[in-house]
Design a protein around this ligand. Sequence first.
Ligand SMILES: Cc1ncc(COP(=O)(O)O)c(C=O)c1O
Length: 485
Amino acid sequence: MTVMTEEARGALAPVEQTSAVAKPALLSVEDAKALDVERMTELFKAHLNPGQLHFMKLLGFHKVKVERAEGMYYVDQNGRKILDFFGGFGSLAFGHNHPRILEARQKFQEEKRHEIAIAFMSQYATALAHNLAQCSPGDLDMVFLGSSGSEAMEAAVKLAERAAGPKRPKMVYAENSFHGKTKGVLAVTDGKLYRGEFRLTENTVRVPFGDIEAVENAFRADPEIGAIVLETIQGGGGIIEAPAEFWRKLRALCDRYGVLWVADEVQCGFGRTGRFYAFEHYGVVPDITALAKSLGAGKAAVGAMIARRDVYMKAYGTPKTAMIHAMATFGGIGEACVTAIEGINVLYDEALMDNAAATGAYLVERLNELKEKHPRIIKDVRGRGCMVGLEFQDFSQTLPAVLRPMVGMLDDKLKGSLSGFVGALLLRDHHVLVAFTEYNRNVIRLEPPLIAQREHVDTFISALDALLSRGVVSIVKDFVKSQMG
Ligand SMILES: Cc1ncc(COP(=O)(O)O)c(C=O)c1O
């Protein structure tokens, strides 16, 4: 039993409120838990993102208040279980609230461990860095820890630029790429919407994704190119893979021209495709890579850049250069690191990468059956492991003329796209959540947790089949009706 000192006891004694500063009308944690959807909507509109509510309303998401989440399911305010095939865009490898992750975090708190890793070295950050190096092939040994995918990718492109040197500041990136919304990586993110009117660095060259000739032409034409930044599988682009040959040739080209290859594995990495990194399927190793999303095991905000040691040392290897891009305030923070350490262990202990490959293959197989059954609705099924894209036929031309103005009135984005209608009705009528795709409105992204079993796939497929069997006209009519009510 721990004996508490008098001093410690004093520090814990309740303190009389004597502050001269009046407490504003604050909500307590319990108040927050008790907010209903009407009040949440008011607060969201007043303080978070009024415009975003428009999209939530289109999809019916604004009616849901999640009370709990466990494994493959959310549980809403009415006790309804919602099967999660969205998976936080790949953030939920372990599903919701995996018991081992919860236990590691609870123990960490009970032991009153420290969090901030700025003054002293952290046993948690060093252990996590060790684990990431162990999971990474080749000499991907040096780790930078942050708290998001964007931050990890910022670290990656900054490292690439410094290691490439001042004479080679240009970066190649791909059409339909998504690497985050912070200012630096926005320059290599291809979304017109996200790029907005921001002033971005002009040191970039855009090529079609997976086009090795375009890459070679760019390298050959411009000796100032020092790096190329690519998602290994494009997520926001609509689950797009480049051919295996592309990656092998890319590695060879990078070596020949001395260009650094940055592989963004924020969405496709961490076991989602059946290997720790998606690039491992192609037998190649990049110079710099980045992870986030599931690295935080669905409970913590963690991002990591992992780089080849020689590349890292070239950029930040001396006392003089070490602090140029050292970890930020929350980089390597205690409980987040412990969460990630436990997560990586669970990933291997529960053979979740094998499961992701097997369950994902079964999902693709079942979706292909649906494609045969509904060829006028489903155009394509693609993906690897638990990163699957379902593309619908574009019906902007085929939709009966009477329905077109009705749909057009709802939202410009939905005009030719079934994915919004299908997503909204899957949630409303079948209690299944799926994700949409930034750059291709006809694609639904399926990124279920890596713990998903065949029975979850069967439930999802039955729901989708029942919905698609209603036929396009009925789906559109149902959706339009849902917006009127
Ligand atoms: C491939 C990729 N890179 C980077 C990011 C940015 O990650 P975050 O949203 O954690 O900043 C994302 C997020 O969706 C992503 O999919």
